[in-house]
Each structure stands twice: as structure tokens, then as C-alpha cells.
Design a protein around this ligand. Structure first.
Ligand code: ACO
Length: 321
């Protein structure tokens, strides 16, 4: 693997916010239940912007911040579980919108671990042929949410975040651990399509989110600390040496439990779940971008990126920012 570094970060969320109180006017829930069980206060919901539109906003911001021409990009990878279409890929649509004519583009599907999975793939591509790579997590989860199902509808939000990476003489990726548990995939599903038995078949709608919340909670609080410990061991580091843990923002209680298991203070675990809810593949790059902009992450800091979710999947990277 060749060495690379994150050049810059950016994020974008749709303008409209929906509070817990507003949700309680359309389903049997309450601000109190949502806040105490998840830490979420509001989420951003798209009004017409699709996944590629959010990603394009992030892409434009990234290119402007780095002063890179769109035509200088070699590769665009988009992590998403809510693509615009089966084909073209969201990444191909974004490539067209950006005018990144020299870039090859494809999507990665690993739900809330998607951003780490995409960054892992990017780090294996980067080198002699690919020097400038864009990696974005983008989701419009509101379009695959069952707004009658209070057990899932209160959890999710829309948004996008991403990074530009470039070859660098110094190693910045210090360790990693990725794992997939396909035998437990039915604990979190969305977008299932049925195959017809008759001919000619009718085109069926895709199914919305369904989740065994307690099982995913148990999985996350067990698998995430193991993944982080394994990645740290691979890097020859300990949790005490880490400056910031950027965890997938699914539930504040999961983050608190991971912090306890790693015996680390919550001050090392920045959160923004109260503002955005669970934005799946977008949650870590949105939080990373906010931390960089607020000066909570500076050049040289040791940062853990860790995601978990549908698949089931888990993925951790140890990065020297
Ligand atoms: N409002 C009010 N009551 C509710 C709501 C709601 N929105 N949702 C469920 N309830 C009720 C239930 O019906 C249940 O009532 P009962 O006791 O009368 O049966 C009660 O609240 C408790 O429900 P639980 O499901 O046991 O609640 P729990 O404390 O487990 O919290 C939650 C549920 C928040 C979903 C939690 O299990 C969780 O966070 N799980 C992990 C989800 C996750 O992290 N997913 C990440 C991956 S997502 C991805 O990859 C895209």
C-alpha cells in the first residue's frame, strides 16, 4: 500500500430540520423518549435533493478548499446505502456533475461502515496511477424510511461528508480492522427487492428500513471496541495515545459504552448525533469535518475512525491527521 494523507474535509446537509416534537405530531413518540434513548434532538431531511446532489455539494466544497481542478481527480468513491439508482452509480452521477472527466467512479455499499470501507479501498488504489482521490459518504435515508414505523423513523437523517486524499511520502494510515458478519445481515435491512414467480414479472417497490434495534445495539457495543483494539494493536498503539475517536453516530449510549469499554473519557469522543441523527455512511465524515473546522482535530493528531452497521459490518482506521 502507498502512503497518503487527508488533504481536506467538507460536509453538507439539507436545509430543512425536523425536531423530535414535530415527529411526535405524525407518530406515537415523544421528544423525551427519543432524546433519552438515542441522544437525537433533530435531523436534516431532504426536500428534493437526492444522494448525488448532496455528494456533489460536498465534492464542490472539497475541490474549492483544496484549490484542485475537477479534471485533476483520478478516482471518486461514494459510500452509500441510499443510491439514486441501481445504475448509474451515485459516484458516476457525481463525476458528471463535477466535470471530473478524468476520474473513474464507483459506489461502495457497507451501510454505516461505508465510509471506512471506501477509504480502505481508496488507500489500496492510491499510488502510481491514482494520485488524487475523492471519498464521500452520502445518504438520503428519508426516502427509504417507513414514516409509520416509530422504531426506525426517529433514528435517521440525511447528509453527506467527505475527504480528498493524495499520495504523501509519510505514512498517515497507521492501522486498520474491517470485518463483515453476513450471517447476521437480517438484523438490519433496507431496499430488499422480491423476484416474481410469474411471467411477465411486475416491478415491485423496494422495502424500507427494518431493524432489530436491540440486536444491532448488542453487536455495536461488542464489535466496535474489539475492532478499535485490533486496529490499535496492528498500529502498535494504545487507546491512551489517541486524541479523538470519531465513531459512527447511531446512538449516544453506544458511544458512551464504547468509551467505557476502552477506558477513555467522553471528551475524546466528539458527537453531533443531537443535530443530525444517524446519517449512516455520512456520519463520520460530517463529524470529522466539524472537528477539523472547530480545531478539535489538528495536523499530527491521532484519530480513530470507526463505523458499524448493516451487513452486519464494522470498520476502523487509525489515522495520523
Ligand atoms: N417512541 C416511543 N416509544 C418507542 C419508540 C419511539 N420512537 N420506539 C420504540 N418504542 C417503544 C417500544 O415499542 C418499546 O415499548 P414496549 O416496552 O411497550 O414494548 C419500548 O419503547 C422500548 O423499545 P426498545 O426497542 O427496547 O428500546 P431500546 O432502549 O432498545 O432503544 C433503539 C431502541 C434506540 C433503536 C436502540 O435499540 C438502538 O439504538 N439500537 C441500535 C440501532 C443502531 O445503532 N443502528 C445502527 C446501524 S444503522 C445502519 O447501519 C444504517
Amino acid at each position: 500500500m502507498n502512503n497518503w494523507q487527508i488533504v481536506t474535509t467538507a460536509s453538507y446537509v439539507p436545509q430543512m430540520t425536523v425536531s423530535n416534537d414535530r415527529l411526535s405530531t405524525i407518530m406515537d413518540t415523544s421528544d423525551e423518549w427519543i432524546r433519552t434513548r438515542t441522544g437525537i434532538r433533530r435531523r436534516h431531511i431532504s426536500q428534493g435533493e437526492n444522494t448525488a446532489d448532496l455528494a456533489t455539494q460536498v465534492g464542490q466544497r472539497l475541490l474549492a478548499k483544496a484549490h484542485w481542478a475537477p479534471t485533476s481527480l483520478d478516482l471518486i468513491i461514494i459510500a452509500t446505502m441510499s443510491p439514486d439508482s441501481y445504475t448509474p452509480s451515485t459516484a458516476a452521477i457525481v463525476q458528471g456533475f463535477l466535470g471530473a472527466t478524468a476520474a473513474r467512479a464507483f459506489d461502495v455499499s457497507a451501510a454505516c461502515s461505508g465510509f471506512v470501507y471506501a477509504l480502505d479501498i481508496a488507500s489500496r488504489f492510491i499510488g502510481s496511477e491514482y494520485h488524487r482521490v475523492m471519498v464521500i459518504g452520502s445518504e438520503v435515508l428519508s426516502k427509504i424510511t417507513n414514516w409509520q414505523d416509530r422504531t426506525t423513523a426517529v433514528l435517521f437523517g440525511d447528509g453527506a461528508g467527505g475527504v480528498l486524499i493524495e499520495t504523501d511520502p509519510e505514512p498517515h494510515l497507521l492501522g486498520q480492522h474491517l470485518a463483515t458478519f453476513g450471517d447476521r445481515g437480517n438484523q438490519l435491512v433496507a431496499g430488499q427487492t422480491r423476484v416474481n414467480h410469474q411471467f411477465p414479472p411486475t416491478i415491485t417497490d423496494v422495502s424500507p428500513f427494518q431493524m432489530n434495534g436491540r440486536a444491532v445495539y448488542r453487536f455495536a457495543t461488542h464489535a466496535v471496541p474489539i475492532s478499535i483494539q485490533t486496529a490499535l494493536q496492528n498500529a502498535g498503539l494504545t487507546a491512551d495515545q489517541v486524541d479523538r475517536f470519531i465513531l459512527h453516530q447511531a446512538n449516544i449510549r453506544i458511544i458512551q459504552q464504547v468509551a467505557r469499554r476502552l477506558v477513555q473519557p467522553m471528551t475524546k469522543f466528539p458527537t453531533n448525533i443531537d443535530q443530525y441523527g444517524n446519517t449512516s455512511a455520512a456520519s463520520e465524515p460530517i463529524l470529522l469535518d466539524e472537528c477539523v473546522r472547530q480545531g478539535l482535530i489538528r495536523r499530527g493528531d491521532l484519530v480513530v475512525l470507526s463505523g458499524f452497521g448493516g451487513g452486519l459490518t464494522v470498520g476502523t482506521m487509525i489515522i495520523k491527521y
